[in-house]
Design a binder for this molecule. Sequence first.
Ligand code: ADP
Ligand code: MG
Length: 614
Amino acid sequence: MSTPPQTFEFQAEIKQLLDIVIHSLYTEKEIFIRELVSNASDSLEKLRHTKLTEKDILDESQELEVNLTTDDKAKTLTIQDFGIGMTRAELVENLGTIAHSGSKAFLKSLSESGQKNANLIGQFGVGFYSAFMVAKSVKVYSRSWRTSEPGHLWTSDGAGSYAIEEIADQRRGVKIIIELKDDCAEFSQEWKVKEILERYSAFVSFPINLNGKRINTVQALWLRSKNEIKDEEYTEFYKFQSHAYEEPRLRLHFSADAPLAINALLFVPKENTEKLGFSRLDPSVSLYCRKVLIDAKPKDLLPEWLRFLKGVVDSEDLPLNISRETMQDRALIEKLNKVITKRFIKFLEEEAKNRPDSFQEFYTQFGIFLKEGAAIDYTHKDQVVKLLRYESSLTEKGKTTSLADYVSRFQGDQKEIYYLIGANREALESGPYLEGFKARNLEVLFCYEPVDEYVMSNVREFDGKKLVAADHADVKLADLPKPPDDDGLSSEQVAALSAWIKETLGDRVTDVKASDRLVGSPALALNADKFMSPQMRRMMKAMNKDGGETPLKVNLEINPRHAVMKRLNATRESAPDKARLVAEQVLDNALISAGLLEDPTKMVARMYKLLESV
Ligand code: ADP
Ligand code: MG
């Protein structure tokens, strides 16, 4: 009774296009599953829509779902939906014409009547042909929702032609049977298909079942309104989407309208795994378009220093390239990047203000990333610097201050922000450098991490105020009023003693002078090298770089009120040999405090000599 199959040749240009789709459009073969599931979802969405206006629909009560079945013996994969289906004419039009998108046409007819549908995925009219990357042959069983239309079978091997024949007993919708090429037989393995569905299609709105088991159990939360979502739902989503075991530390759910309409759901994990010694994190905020994964690890969606973030960014009108694997528009990605980054920084600012304890815990784990951002992300530097926190000479141990709060405590005509780098609070507090600042009530930031050196020298200034290392020779401090009972050396004595020390120490020091910043210590060494801090010098040495070998440049500053200096001044004439040993020793002690003493062997020998003379 049924008519014999009718064979159609693909047109010449279409053959060429088909060849491109099959051999070079997609980087991964597995995306054919994403494409066919997206088509099934579109078809279900169209049916849902059609039901609103049409009464006479075939198989009215059929569930709106997608079913996949694998058969690894027969090496086939079947994808079935109970959607809108296609008539004979539609099969010719949609599957016989490459680059014709029935979905786009559907959207267009909607928009002509002033409607919109953000759920439809298809637009380019090529996705279907991706099946031929893996298929020996593709069979499409189809039956339209229109009750008057019979079912049809469309078949092709993707080479030159396709055939259509009428068939009986077909349910509404489309069933595609893919007979896999031998080297693509893996796509008839259940575990393999499951993995692919979970990656690309986990958030498709309609139920997806694989061999009878539901795959997509978690909703695309980012598209729902915040007020409706419970904490547990967020946690469940996070664990699923980020493959995490713990709850997230922080979350930010927001939408933005410019430069594109986006919905984003971002999470900060509990732990910083880089800090725990695991390898460098990959960017892992995934990019979605209409709930379908575009790129799980997009490189430029966020700046590198935000690589600890997890979550999803979705935009329904992302300008995708035709393979739907990337975005076309570089400039737009940069804009997106800025919008999301700004929003996240603002979120952290609010967190710091409203929940300081939670922010501090976050900072302990992830502060290192903020430092990286402050040092190298010139676009966001000014914003990120505001989030940095340091202990200081005025905070309690374990409590921190922001740079803004530091500036609000500026003393008198203070113009600079001072910092010291050292192993820990005790080391910095007991060193000689802080004395002068303390005596003048000047606050000094304490930096304990090796990267701080790099951060401070890259950040350079905050709010127009320079960041200055408190142990650098260029720092000038205001005069302190002389104590009334000052019994220190006179200025002539100081000048003579300084000259003598300079002569005695020779090349070991660049300059010797009375200090404006010493209170309880006899002397200190100041790094006089503009280009290399003590920390850098140590690093270069550790890495065996040349810089570590250049001679030290230090200024020695002496404290004219200190007993050691008074005594040295007295002995340099009465016992010059011993005075020379003392001068050398004072310098070495100062270098130790500065972390600059490189070879202690001479010092040990000298110490014994000094001890002999006691
Ligand atoms: P796109 O999805 O970008 O439109 P495809 O090549 O994936 O392009 O599909 C071409 C067209 O074929 C679709 O627009 C749709 O009209 C039709 N089509 C594909 N799969 C189905 C399906 N499962 N049910 C109904 N129509 C389909
Ligand atoms: Mg498609």
